[in-house]
Ligand binder design. Structure first.
Ligand SMILES: Nc1nc2c(ncn2[C@@H]2O[C@H](COP(=O)(O)OP(=O)(O)OP(=O)(O)O)[C@@H](O)[C@H]2O)c(=O)[nH]1
Ligand SMILES: [Mg+2]
Length: 394
C-alpha cells in the first residue's frame, strides 16, 4: 500500500514499533529490579480492581456536630483496632483541650456577677504559668502542667462556675474530660478509645475513608456544609451510594438554630432530613437514622431545666405506643416519651416522602464504646445485607 505522506503509516508503524520495544524494555527492567514476580503483581492489581468494584459506598450526613465522625470512627474500629501510635497521637490534643476548658471556666468565673476570684490564691500564679506555657512553641504538657490544671479545676469557685455549664461557651463533653483529669495528668496516660470518641475535631472537608467491614471493602464519606438544597443539587453525584446514614443530635431540642432563629437545631435537623428523603435519587437507597446523643438528652431532661413541651407543642398530648413502653427497661417515662416522640416525627417525614421504603432507626450514644456495640453490630449487618442484595447473594 502506497503512502506518500511524510510521517505516514510506514513512519508511524516504525515509530510505534520503536515505542513498543522501548516499553517492553522498560517493563523487563522493572520486573528484573522488582523482587515480586510478575504473576504476583498481576494478581495484586486484579484483586485491587475487584475490590474497587465490590466496594460499598456509604455517605454520612446530618447537621453540624451531630456525631457523624464519631459514628464513622466506630465503624472503622469494628474490624481495625487502634494501634499504640494512633492513641498516643491524641494525648497532646486532649491535654491541650483540657487547658482550653480551664481557661474558659476561669474566664467565666472572673466575669461572673457578683465577681468571683479563686478560692485559693495560689491558683492565680498557676494560671499565669499555664497562660505563658500555652503560647510556648512545642509545649509538651508535662507533669507540672497537669498538676496545675487539676489544682485550678479543684478550686471551689471554679467548680461553682462549672455548675452553670449550660450558660457557658463550653463543649458538651467538657465534663467528661474534667472528670478524667486525674488519669490524664499521669505521665504514662494513653487515651482510651472512648476518650478519642469524646474528643471533637470539626470536619472541614469531605474526605473518603476506605476500610474493611466484615472483610468487605467499604468507602465512607462524611458530607460537610450541607444545607436544605445541597442534596437536590448534588444528589446525582452519589449515584453509587448504597446506604445513607443520617445522624441527629437529639439533645439539641432546646438550642436555637444559627441559620433560622425561629427554630431549634432539632427542628432544623428534621427539615434537613426531609430534604434528604425527598430526593428522587435516594428513593431506593437504604437509610439508617441515628437518633444520637441519647446520653446527653437523658441528662438534660432529668436536670429539668429545659422542658421538651416548651419547644414541641404537640408533645403535651403524645403517648408512645404500648410496645415501645415495654421494649426498653429502666428508663424514666419522660425520657422514653421524648425519644419516641422524636423518632415518630422522623418516621412521619419518611413515610410521607417514601411510603414503601424501610427506615432503619437507632437510639444511639455514639461516644460510648460499650453501649454502642450492639447498635454497631446491627448497623454492620444492615450495610452488609444491602451489599449482599446488590450482588444477588440473598
Ligand atoms: N456524650 C456524647 N457525645 C457525643 C455523642 N456523639 C458524638 N458526641 C460528641 O459530639 C462532638 C461532635 O461529634 P462529631 O462526631 O465530631 O460530630 P460531626 O457531626 O462529625 O461534627 P462536624 O464534623 O463538625 O459536622 C464530639 O465531641 C463527640 O465526642 C454521643 O452520643 N454522646
Ligand atoms: Mg465530623
Amino acid at each position: 500500500m502506497s503512502n506518500d505522506k511524510p510521517g505516514g503509516s510506514k513512519d508511524f508503524s516504525y515509530n510505534e514499533r520503536g515505542a513498543q520495544n522501548k516499553i517492553k524494555e522498560k517493563i523487563k527492567n522493572i520486573l528484573k529490579s522488582s523482587k515480586v514476580p510478575f504473576q504476583k503483581l498481576k494478581k495484586k492489581w486484579m484483586d485491587q480492581e475487584e475490590e474497587i468494584s465490590r466496594c460499598e459506598y456509604i455517605i454520612v450526613c446530618g447537621p453540624k456536630c451531630s456525631g457523624k465522625s464519631t459514628i464513622i470512627k466506630q465503624l472503622i474500629w469494628y474490624d481495625n483496632k487502634l494501634c499504640y501510635e494512633e492513641k498516643q497521637f491524641h494525648t497532646k490534643n486532649i491535654r491541650k483541650y483540657l487547658l482550653e476548658i480551664i481557661f474558659t471556666l476561669v474566664d467565666a468565673m472572673l466575669r461572673s456577677i457578683p465577681t468571683m476570684t479563686f478560692d485559693k490564691l495560689e491558683n492565680e500564679n498557676k494560671l499565669n504559668y499555664l497562660k505563658n506555657y500555652f503560647y510556648e512553641f512545642n509545649c509538651n504538657y508535662n507533669y507540672q502542667f497537669c498538676n496545675y490544671v487539676e489544682s485550678i479545676w479543684l478550686d471551689k469557685n471554679v467548680q461553682k462556675t462549672f455548675e452553670r455549664k449550660h450558660e457557658l461557651q463550653l463543649q458538651e463533653n467538657a465534663g467528661y474530660f474534667l472528670d478524667k483529669i486525674h488519669d490524664i495528668k499521669r505521665f504514662d496516660y494513653l487515651p482510651t478509645e472512648e476518650d478519642i470518641l469524646h474528643y471533637y475535631t470539626p470536619t472541614t472537608r469531605a474526605a473518603q475513608r476506605y476500610f474493611k467491614l466484615n472483610c468487605s471493602p467499604v468507602c465512607i464519606t462524611e458530607i460537610v456544609n450541607q444545607d436544605k438544597i445541597f442534596f437536590r443539587k448534588w444528589a446525582g453525584y452519589f449515584e453509587n451510594v448504597k446506604t445513607i446514614i443520617f445522624v441527629v443530635a437529639c439533645d439539641s431540642y432546646n438550642i436555637m438554630s444559627t441559620t433560622d432563629p425561629t427554630k431549634t437545631k432539632l427542628q432544623d435537623s428534621m427539615d434537613l432530613f426531609c430534604s434528604v428523603v425527598s430526593v428522587a435519587w435516594f428513593y431506593h437507597k437504604d437509610i439508617i437514622l441515628f437518633l444520637n446523643k441519647q446520653d446527653l438528652l437523658e441528662e438534660k431532661l432529668l436536670e429539668g431545666r429545659y422542658k421538651f413541651e416548651d419547644y414541641f407543642e404537640d408533645f403535651k398530648d403524645y403517648c408512645p405506643s404500648f410496645d415501645s413502653l415495654f421494649s426498653i427497661e429502666s428508663e424514666p417515662l419522660e425520657v422514653l416519651r421524648v425519644k419516641h416522640f422524636i423518632r415518630n416525627e422522623f418516621f412521619k417525614t419518611a413515610e410521607a416522602c417514601r411510603p414503601e421504603e424501610i427506615l432503619y432507626t437507632h437510639f444511639s450514644s455514639a461516644a460510648k464504646r460499650k453501649k454502642f456495640n450492639d447498635i454497631l453490630i446491627c448497623t454492620v449487618d444492615i450495610i452488609m445485607r444491602c451489599n449482599r442484595c446488590t450482588f444477588g447473594l440473598v
